[in-house]
Design a protein around this ligand. Structure first.
Ligand code: MLT
Length: 205
């Protein structure tokens, strides 16, 4: 599952900051109902932190926290909504931040489905770019996977590329430019974010 800007990057950054888990929630109400001393409620609507939330959906902000001993409940417009619709044996939250670890994990899997969250039902360039790196695991990809692989191979500067996306421009206008730069970093973490019993946990590679 991919939502580079910003849900899956946030999930990975929260786990890196020490969160014991990240639970996707479907609504603001559901997320707030879980708030407690050891549960941080985070997320966005229209990219902005809803009232009463502890944190927004900012990977850069997550990375600055000390979340040791805490769980995070995250609700976002596209990313966590897409995660809830998926039904598969193993679900990973993929990001550039932990790309190599994610690819190493996926190499051991027989069948891989790559799901891009996109933005309100529309194609997202940054998600397709990351999908291309994953498609590169296939020596003979077909159709969309073949195009994604060629696209990823043609891009030398991830940040420069994803800055051109519609959602990056939207985030920049809202003052979240640092999340674009943060999410474009490749391999700053060496673990995978795997969904187990309804929550994402960190598995070291
Ligand atoms: C989403 O899940 O819709 C996004 O991550 C939106 C955002 O916070 O930029």
């Amino acid at each position: 599952m991919i939502d580079v800007l910003r849900a899956t990057s946030s999930i990975v950054a929260a786990l890196a900051a020490g969160a014991s888990f990240v639970k996707p929630a479907s609504s603001i109400e559901q997320a707030l109902s879980m708030k407690s001393q050891n549960i941080v409620v985070a997320g966005e609507r229209n990219s902005v932190k809803p009232p009463g939330f502890d944190l927004g959906n900012s990977p850069a902000e997550f990375a600055e926290q000390n979340l040791k001993g805490k769980g995070v409940v995250l609700t976002t417009t596209n990313g966590t909504a897409a995660i809830e619709k998926l039904n598969c044996q193993t679900l990973l939250a993929a990001s550039f931040l932990n790309l190599t670890a994610t690819l190493e994990y996926l190499k051991k899997c027989d069948h891989i489905h790559v799901v891009c969250a996109g933005s309100n039902g529309k194609f997202s360039l940054e998600d397709f770019l990351l999908a291309g790196y994953i498609a590169s695991l296939d020596p003979d990809p077909k159709d969309a996977a073949a195009v994604a692989k060629r696209y990823a191979q043609s891009v030398s500067d991830i940040l420069n590329e994803i800055k051109k996306s519609f959602h990056a421009c939207h985030l920049k206008k809202l003052g979240f430019e640092r999340d674009i730069a943060f999410s474009a970093q490749k391999d700053i973490y060496n673990f995978v974010a795997v969904l187990k019993n309804g929550v994402f946990v960190k598995i070291n590679i």
